[in-house]
Design a protein around this ligand. Structure first.
Ligand code: NAP
Length: 560
């Protein structure tokens, strides 16, 4: 079988007409885990992915420099001790090819391919209220009826290219970091433009600068970035983690973000300037996102945040030799960390190279393409290649574009017109038997993504197994419980500085998208406890019903 992007695929062809108990959409880390967990519980499951193979975000993001900024030994599954013992991570922050190899290894090791169909995109999914089943249609003409629909379509999978006039006229090549070709792309000696300076832009820019004849970076918002200081793992580090993996997995679930950085446990405002500088300096030298976990109030107190932001701004001024360029690169107007903190490998140093230019598109607006390049302000910048590192319609884009229609024909797009509303980030009132892995309203993008996906996959698989064992054909989140959860998500976000930035967390990067803070910031540990409590209480907050009792759908449990 050959994928639309030319890659080889191996998986099951989905029969033209099929009925399953659970259909999983998306085979990134959450989806793979869901297939495994459902199968382990004896549920008849099939899965689809538009990609030519497993890996989700790591399948698509093949751009030079793509790597994870969560430590590899943590950014991996905990469901199988054999798996975590036998897999060897080479580096602290693994590169995309290694993470993709891991996803493929898991797929094969647990024989998941036999229940997966790749290169198949869902175009519509409608709930048949008479039968308590989802009717799913794909772009290959397959129709699948499933009792339960599990979407695992990823929070950062719906890539965005800004509308620039005259795009068809451009004679050069264009790329998006999130839809990178499978074949290596040679930028040697070329004039390359990169639009966007988020995590992806910050990773690809140094790689392109090293080979391009000229690199022009188009920046709209300067970003905070911490040096990664990546390095190979030592055998001793691997051994010591593996010796205590079960304990580490528990500790990850007991942590705020699924990572095990230790902080000082103190407020920025309770230490002297000298103590603050020593602590931040040592974390800057150690590298990575542990910098942000140094003090308790960096993301909740303006004054604390300002002091830490000033430290990071000062670093940029010291690294970048041209003061004018340095000032353009100094982030202003948003708290450090309120836009996703970036982690880099010599990003700011790249602007000391003779072949790199920085264009501030606030001063020189990008008006569109010409045959030969891009127009910024009054000038035309000649380019052979344009790389869009312009991000995603995050968290909701993949879900609202899939043609999901729940009870009474209500589309998810309509239901979420004023912003996503969900119960626990897993379920949506009006959409029975739909489970969302890492949906808006769950910690998802605020935490280690593999852990978040795995925890949701387990919870969803348990729920589906419970429903099957109890003859329950329909589960639906109650509106009141959904409203209360949305309120809680908003309340905890309001105690942080996150809503103060125009970030993709807020939907601010997509013109017209409602400004709602989408992820749950109350801590992975608290979230895991809440989900466990809901399940232990017989799926509190959900209406459960059995079709066998008739169209009126007898309530199996009294009103809560
Ligand atoms: P992003 O963070 O949304 O960054 C997109 C960039 O494009 C921003 O600088 C944005 O500017 C700019 N942009 C968008 N539209 C533009 C326009 N019309 N004109 C000029 N500039 C424009 O997207 P991303 O970099 O792909 O990262 C998304 C997320 O993926 C990250 O936050 C992170 O969670 C994840 N990620 C992680 C890693 C890692 O683990 N190291 C690597 C890559 C991605 P504004 O800021 O002004 O909107």
């Amino acid at each position: 079988m050959t994928a639309s992007d030319g890659s080889d695929t191996a998986g099951q062809a989905a029969p033209a007409q099929r009925q399953v108990e659970a259909l999983v959409i998306g085979l990134g880390f959450a989806g793979l885990s869901a297939v495994h967990q459902l199968r382990e519980r004896g549920v008849d499951v099939h899965a689809l992915d538009a990609a030519g193979g497993p890996g989700g975000i790591w399948y698509w993001n093949r751009y030079p420099g793509a790597r994870c900024d969560v430590q590899s030994l943590w950014y991996s599954y905990g469901f199988s001790d054999e798996l975590q013992q036998e897999w060897e991570w080479s580096e602290k922050y693994a590169r995309q090819p290694e993470i993709l190899r891991y996803a493929e290894h898991v797929t094969d090791r647990f024989d998941l391919r036999r229940d997966c169909t790749f290169s198949t995109r869902v175009t519509a999914a409608e709930f048949d209220a008479g039968a308590d089943r989802w009717e799913v249609v794909t772009d290959t003409g397959t129709r699948i009826r499933a009792r339960f629909l599990v979407t695992a379509t990823g929070c950062l999978s719906s890539s965005r290219i800004p509308e620039l006039t005259n795009a068809d006229a451009f004679r050069g090549r264009t790329f998006h970091t999130g839809q990178w070709p499978h074949q290596p792309v040679d930028f040697t000696g070329r004039r390359v433009g990169v639009i966007g300076t988020g995590s992806s832009g910050i990773q690809i820019i140094p790689m392109l600068a090293a080979v391009a004849d000229r690199l022009t970076v188009f920046q709209r918002t300067a970003n905070f970035s911490i040096p990664a200081r990546n390095r190979p793992y030592t055998p001793e580090e691997q051994r010591s983690v593996k010796a205590d993996y079960p304990g580490i997995r528990v500790a990850q679930r007991r942590s705020h973000a699924g990572a095990l950085h230790s902080g000082t446990g103190r407020s920025v405002l309770d230490v002297t300037q000298e103590q603050l500088a020593i602590e931040l300096e040592s974390r800057w030298e150690a590298g990575g996102t542990a910098f942000m976990g140094s003090f308790t109030d960096i993301l909740s107190d303006d004054r604390a945040n300002h002091l830490v932001a000033e430290f990071a701004r000062d670093k940029i001024r010291r690294i970048v030799t041209d003061p004018e360029t340095a000032e353009k690169l100094v982030p202003r107007g948003h708290p450090i960390g309120a836009k996703r903190i970036c982690v880099d490998d010599h990003y700011f140093e790249t602007f000391n190279r003779d072949n790199v230019d920085l264009v501030d598109v606030n001063a020189e607006a990008l008006s569109g393409f010409t045959e030969n390049g891009l127009c910024a302000g009054s000038r035309e910048i000649a380019l052979d290649d344009v790389v869009f590192a312009t991000g995603y319609d995050a968290m909701t884009g993949a879900l609202t574009r899939m043609g999901i229609r729940g009870r009474d024909g209500l589309s998810l797009e309509q239901a979420w017109r004023a912003g996503p509303r969900s119960y626990l980030g897993i379920a949506v009132h009006g959409f029975p038997n739909l489970f969302i892995a890492a949906g808006p309203g769950s910690p998802s993008v605020m935490v280690n993504g593999v852990m978040a996906g795995e925890q949701h996959a387990e919870w969803i698989a348990d729920a589906i197994a419970f429903l099957g064992a109890n003859g329950i054909s329909r589960i639906e989140a109650r509106r009141a419980d959904q409203d209360a959860w949305v309120q809680h998500v908003n309340d905890v976000a309001a105690k942080t500085l996150f809503p103060k930035a125009n970030s993709w967390y807020m939907g601010a990067n997509v013109p017209g998208k409602p400004r709602v803070f989408m992820p749950y910031t109350g801590g992975f540990n608290n979230y895991v406890d809440t989900c466990a409590r809901v399940a232990a209480d017989g799926y509190a907050g959900f209406d459960l019903s059995a079709q066998s009792t008739g169209a009126a759908a007898a309530r199996l449990r009294g009103s809560r």
